[in-house]
Ligand binder design. Structure first.
Ligand code: PXG
Length: 458
């Protein structure tokens, strides 16, 4: 039986009775009912009531090539018919992960030519943590074990992912985090810069928080620093240009490995294949997922730098780690077809030279004038809009997150899907957006801001 035989309220009732959703207040959802998205095409999603909504989040930061791509459906179909599954344990391999690994090595930042597959960003970060600690043990320095992360970082929802992440709410529900992970300040100038402090100076100060943590723990105890090039789920926090070079310098100085989490920024979002290339960062591990398949299949690839890879290969023996679906043939076939689309259509160059700059200009020009917008910031096709009560003092509206939620609700009702996190609106559209799509989004968001402001000030 297909879903068309059910009414919206029937689907909602079944959903409420049997489906526990991620990151959801379940009682609240039972009262409101879920929005049921039934199909999508290009940049638009459609709900069960036939509403067309422009998807400003590319699903959940992943559908970079947009919806309805026959090439990806055909790649999956063909692979499923030929070989739906075989594992890559026990000296076996299948063709698509082999060819995908070659492709990934070609587009990777310098010094990274090996990948380890999983099905999600969380799994890949689990792998990265184990790999980094195992690396230091192999080097005869098992006490080099502490990982430094940042407040409000998001590195996934498994126990290791949540422990690496810096979300207080998630830590509160962990019942015991993975030990030896510490968190330092994030490079979020809008809230954390001192009065009169330049962007440059703030970036250096935020980076030096990493150095302070290294010195407090003792450099001989610190394995690695982990960070998203731009904190995504934490609110599209774009660091000043001075931040990453200083973090890199500090990591090198104390022989601390640099783990980049590019689950959101990877595969074109910043105008290069990876943000590491946009920002000149040379990581030791690099976690990717999401847009690797544009979300059409679950797949993650952890890139492993030559330093760690050669230790694992030369002295590691067996690495007791792996997932049933590591190197899944169908997911890898879809990834290959997806990367081909990104290349063939020149989507990354488009973000860098055309839609990225236009996105910045359009959002800044159209939205900054709103009485409740404290800042608009973008990098490539990632954007954030800070919602404030007072533009001068940056005072927020009372009830943390309520103002941004009001903007979001008006936006969705107005045919525009975007996310609110705290008092920040976030955008991460598919890379297929054109200037016209950017204009459409800016118009709809401006309208939502206007309606929300009227309501918030009433
Ligand atoms: N690292 C980063 C930087 C992420 O953004 C993960 C790891 C984990 O990936 P998986 O595939 O295990 O979910 C993510 C995921 C949000 C939101 O609210 C963001 C993510 C996931 C769910 C919600 O913006 N990012």
């Amino acid at each position: 039986m297909t879903y068309q035989n059910y009414s919206l309220s029937q689907l909602q009732a079944i959903d409420a009775a049997h489906h526990l959703h991620p990151f959801t207040d379940h009682k609240d959802l039972r009262n409101t009912g879920s929005r049921i998205i039934t199909r999508a095409e290009g940049p638009f999603i459609y709900d069960s009531e036939g509403n067309e909504i422009l998807d400003g989040m590319a699903g959940l930061w992943c559908v970079n090539v947009g919806y309805g791509r026959d090439e990806l459906a055909e790649a999956a179909y063909k692979q499923m018919k030929e070989l739906p599954y075989y594992n890559s344990f026990f000296r076996c391999s299948t063709p698509t992960p082999v060819l995908l690994s070659k492709k990934l090595a070609e587009i990777a930042p310098a010094g990274m030519s090996q990948v380890f597959y999983g099905s999600s960003g969380s799994e890949a970060n689990d792998t990265a943590l184990r790999l980094v600690r195992h690396y230091w043990a192999l080097e005869g320095r098992p006490e080099k074990n502490i990982v430094i992360s940042r407040n409000m970082a998001y590195h996934g929802s498994t126990v290791a992912g949540a422990s690496l992440g810096g979300m207080a709410g998630m830590h509160g529900q962990l019942g015991g985090a993975v030990p030896n992970i510490v968190h330092v300040m994030m490079p979020y100038a809008f809230e954390l810069a001192l009065p009169g402090e330049s962007d440059h100076d703030f970036g250096i100060r935020a980076a030096r928080a990493v150095e302070t943590a290294i010195l407090e723990a003792g450099a001989d105890k610190v394995a690695a620093f982990i960070g998203e090039p731009i904190q995504g789920a934490g609110g599209v926090k774009i660091p000043p240009a001075s931040y990453w070079p200083e973090v890199q310098r500090i990591c090198r100085k104390y022989d601390v490995l640099l783990m980049l989490d590019e689950v959101i920024t990877g595969y074109g979002r910043t105008g290069e294949w990876f943000a590491a290339q946009s920002m000149g960062i040379e990581p030791d591990t690099m976690t990717t997922a999401k847009a690797l398949t544009s979300g059409y299949q679950p797949l993650s690839a952890l890139f492993v730098g030559d330093r760690i890879a050669s230790a694992i290969v030369e002295k590691g023996g067996e690495f007791y780690h792996g997932y049933t679906y590591s190197g899944h043939p169908v997911a890898c076939a879809v990834a290959l077809a997806n990367l081909e689309i990104i290349e063939k259509e020149g989507l990354i160059e488009r973000v860098k030279n055309d839609t990225g700059p236009y996105f910045r200009k359009a959002l800044t020009e159209r939205l900054s004038a709103s009485g409740i917008v404290g800042e608009v910031r973008t990098f490539g096709l990632m954007g954030a809009i800070e919602i404030v009560k007072d533009k001068e003092t940056r005072e927020r509206f009372p009830g943390e997150g309520a103002a941004a939620a009001a903007v979001r609700d008006h936006a969705i009702a107005n045919g525009m899907m975007l996310r609110a996190t705290g008092d920040t609106m976030i955008l991460s559209p598919p890379l297929i957006w054109t200037r016209q799509t950017v204009d459409m989004a800016a118009e709809r968001i401006a309208k939502a801001l206007e309606l929300a402001e009227r309501e918030l000030r009433a």
